[in-house]
Design a protein around this ligand. Structure first.
Ligand code: PLP
Length: 391
């Protein structure tokens, strides 16, 4: 019987019943750059930590198992992972990318990948005609689902079918749901991208990124690239992410339950114009997510009735922190217009629906009563202020 994800987060099957590492329950941090060889032409399996390190390898196996891939590479950040991924492509290659992506991915594509000769077509993979955008030189489709920050949901299986028909790679950034709620490789994706900084690490204390694949040829190519370009995750950071993953399941469940409660509360507020959370039945991606994921995650976006209300909320929250990033135990609120998506051209930002009254919340695992109590106080204060200026 295949083990469940909560068990997989804690135990690697191949390590069961072995007394390696003096029986240490916590996998050791191999803080070494290099390894002694037993004899000429022999190796312990490790030569130099840019290529591989036991702590990093242990983490990579855990993530590969969770995503049901054959290989996972741990890198120094999510952006390091996506940068390495771009090395799979040649000048002249064309990639179809979702319009609403993490701002850093858009910046990389626009300002680095383009310079290297890679061309992009941006469309809304949740609704536009992907097939019509395919050219003779198209090599890949790159999506996030749900997207950051607008929570658009794409049908991974349907896009995978198009990708297969045209021999394109399907790349899915699975950061928002983590493998605990969604496994894109099992739905037909070829490569999964993660910012391990977010839910996998889960504590807002370490940067990391992952590339996961179920294809031997891609794994081989990526192994060559990580060895050559050198952005592999350091041993200490690998250990921190491994430690975070041990509680991935219970954190995801708890954060999701808080997100549901928060979404429902926000919907009752007169300061709120719009709540975008795929767990709500009215969300356009709700049915697709019910099919392709086992949860809706803990990210939600809402729009206030005006810009002033959004700014006042950000300035007043205390327990909820006004900060970028997401996926940690702490609830964070951010303002995509000037923070995460500041480098996205204004016209694209607005087309994506990111307005000056849009706030994004990464819901943490605090007691929901405390989160709601704080928002209750903040919202009432903002309402009073708005009434004051209206009079
Ligand atoms: C944060 C994030 C990234 C980038 O990851 P870093 O670890 O910050 O480099 C990529 N994709 C998504 C969806 C993210 O949220």
């Amino acid at each position: 019987m295949e083990r469940g994800d909560n068990t997989k987060c804690i135990h690697l099957e191949e390590d069961e019943g072995t007394y390696k590492h003096y029986g240490a329950i916590s996998f050791p941090i191999y803080q070494t750059s290099t390894y002694e060889h037993p004899a000429v032409g022999q190796s312990t399996g490790y030569d130099y930590s840019r290529l591989q390190n036991p702590t990093r390898e242990h983490l990579e196996k855990t993530v590969a198992t969770l995503e049901k891939g054959i290989d996972a590479l741990a890198l120094s950040s999510g952006m390091a992972a996506i940068s390495l991924l771009m090395e799979l492509f040649q000048p002249g290659d064309h990639i179809i990318a979702d319009s609403d992506l993490y701002g850093g991915s858009i910046r990389l594509f626009d300002h680095v990948s383009q310079k290297n000769g890679i061309r992009f077509t941006r469309l809304y993979c949740c609704r536009d005609d992907i097939e019509a955008a395919i050219r003779p030189n198209t090599k890949a489709i790159y999506v996030e689902t749900p997207t950051n920050p607008m929570m658009n949901v794409s049908d991974i299986g349907a896009i995978a079918e198009i990708a297969k028909r045209h021999s394109l790679l399907l790349i899915v950034d699975n950061t928002f749901l983590s493998p605990y709620f969604q496994k894109p490789l099992t739905l037909g994706a070829d490569i999964v991208v993660h910012s391990g900084t977010k839910f996998l690490g889960g504590h807002n204390d370490t940067l990391a990124g992952f590339l996961v694949t179920n294809r031997e040829d891609i794994s081989e190519r990526l192994r060559f690239l990580i060895k050559t370009t050198g952005a592999g995750l350091a041993p200490m950071d690998s250990w921190l992410i491994q430690r975070g993953i041990k509680t991935l399941g219970i954190r995801m469940e708890r954060a999701q339950s808080n997100a549901f409660a928060l979404a429902r509360w926000l919907k009752t507020q007169s300061l709120v114009a719009d709540v975008i959370y795929p767990g709500l039945a009215e969300h356009p991606g709700h049915e697709i997510m019910k099919r392709q994921a086992t949860g809706f995650g803990a990210m939600l976006t809402f729009r206030t009735v005006n810009k002033e209300a959004a700014l006042a909320i950000l300035e007043k929250v205390r327990l909820i922190r006004y900060a970028e990033s997401l996926g940690g135990v702490e609830t964070l609120m951010t303002y995509p217009t000037t923070q995460t998506h500041a480098d996205v051209p204004k016209d694209i930002r607005e087309r994506n629906g990111i307005t000056e009254s849009t706030l994004r919340v990464s819901v943490g695992i605090e007691d929901i009563e405390d989160l709601l109590a704080e928002l209750e106080t903040v919202f009432r204060e903002v309402e009073q202020e708005q009434k004051g200026t209206a009079e």
